[in-house]
Write a protein that binds this ligand. Structure first.
Ligand code: ADP
Ligand code: MG
Length: 307
């Protein structure tokens, strides 16, 4: 079971500041959606309105087509990992989660089974007896995700879950997301799009409380990403280079220009570039210039650049 999210003309002010300003956006069900914006763009405020912690001044929110207030009143579930999640330091990981499961109205045996289910999803089963203070930062982040997953809500919102994670922790977080993909709709906010590019299949970008752009990641990146090489001499035979570069595609734009196309969810431009440069140098080419087609992150910076 997964639910879509629809936000229609949502406005939330703090005094004269429009933290969310006539925001309309749509997240299709079963997406892993990146909700991206700079600090202060309005992400946490939007999540707080969806979760019912803040009232909107205008507009509405729908979960699976139902007005969110009505959805909550009839017991519809949603998971939220707050940006500054706090844990009770005197309770074990197991007991914190058990408490949340009981608050969801589960019997003690249901709650017990649910706690082990979510601990497995975030790979924390062996930490069940630990106090949160004994967990690493990456484990704490996963404990927060576990809490948001209790009751298997059809939509789960994670507010900046990747902030402050090192690359290894990010890799563990990705595994957790992979375990959820296709089971629930996930909306993951971040101010750092590069952390989410490899994770998400849908993107909503906001700035100053307004929507900048939204859509499937592939469309927003273009079908693919490209790195373009200008060479000092003409290429007579591409096949040797092409064979070495699989699964990336290479074609000649003109006799001295090569274009290498790759799936941005499989490789980064930097990885592609380091391998291509080595191969081109091995084969005996001098490289005059290298250009990368703009990434999603660059397109975000361009879209938010002030004139
Ligand atoms: N409780 C509040 N009172 C006053 N201003 C707030 C409050 N919460 C957020 N803001 C302001 O609203 C804007 C959006 O904040 P926020 O939603 O936290 O952005 P983000 O999560 O994208 O960093 C910011 O300018 C922030 O300072
Ligand atoms: Mg925030």
């Amino acid at each position: 079971m997964a639910a879509s999210l629809e936000i229609k003309n949502l406005t939330r002010r703090f005094g004269s500041l429009r933290a969310v300003d006539d925001l309309s956006m749509h997240v299709p069900e079963l997406s892993v959606a990146a909700f991206v914006g700079a600090n202060g763009a309005g992400k946490t405020t939007t999540f707080s309105v969806i979760a019912g912690y803040l009232r909107p001044h205008q507009g509405r929110v729908e979960i699976a087509g139902e007005e969110v207030g009505a959805y909550r009143r009839r017991g519809g579930r949603m998971g939220l990992l707050p940006q500054d999640v706090q844990f009770y330091d005197n309770r074990s990981v197991y007991r914190q989660l058990l408490m949340f499961a009981r608050l969801e109205g589960m019997s003690s045996s249901q709650a017990d089974a649910e706690v082990w289910r979510v601990l497995d999803l975030v790979h924390l089963r062996d930490k069940a007896k630990e106090k949160p203070g004994a967990l690493s930062r990456g484990m704490k982040a996963r404990l927060g995700v576990a809490q948001a997953l209790i009751g298997a809500p059809p939509i789960v919102m994670l507010d900046e879950p990747t902030a402050g994670l090192d690359p290894r922790m990010l890799a563990e977080f990705r595994k957790t997301v992979e375990a959820l993909r296709g089971k629930t709709t996930l909306v993951i906010s971040s101010h750092d799009l590069s952390e989410l590019e490899a994770l998400c299949d849908y993107v909503c970008m906001i700035d100053h409380g307004k929507l900048l752009s939204q859509g499937p990641l592939r469309e927003m990146l273009g079908a693919s990403s490209k790195v373009i090489y200008e060479l000092d001499s003409a290429v007579s035979d591409l096949s040797e280079i092409a064979a070495k570069l699989e699964p990336w595609q290479v074609r000649s734009v003109d006799e001295r220009t090569l274009e290498v196309t790759f799936d941005p969810r499989q490789s980064t431009a930097a990885e592609v570039n380091s391998k291509v440069l080595r191969i081109l140098l091995d084969v005996g080419f001098s490289i005059r210039n290298v250009k990368s087609e703009r990434t999603l992150e660059q397109s975000y910076f361009e879209a938010t650049k002030k004139d």
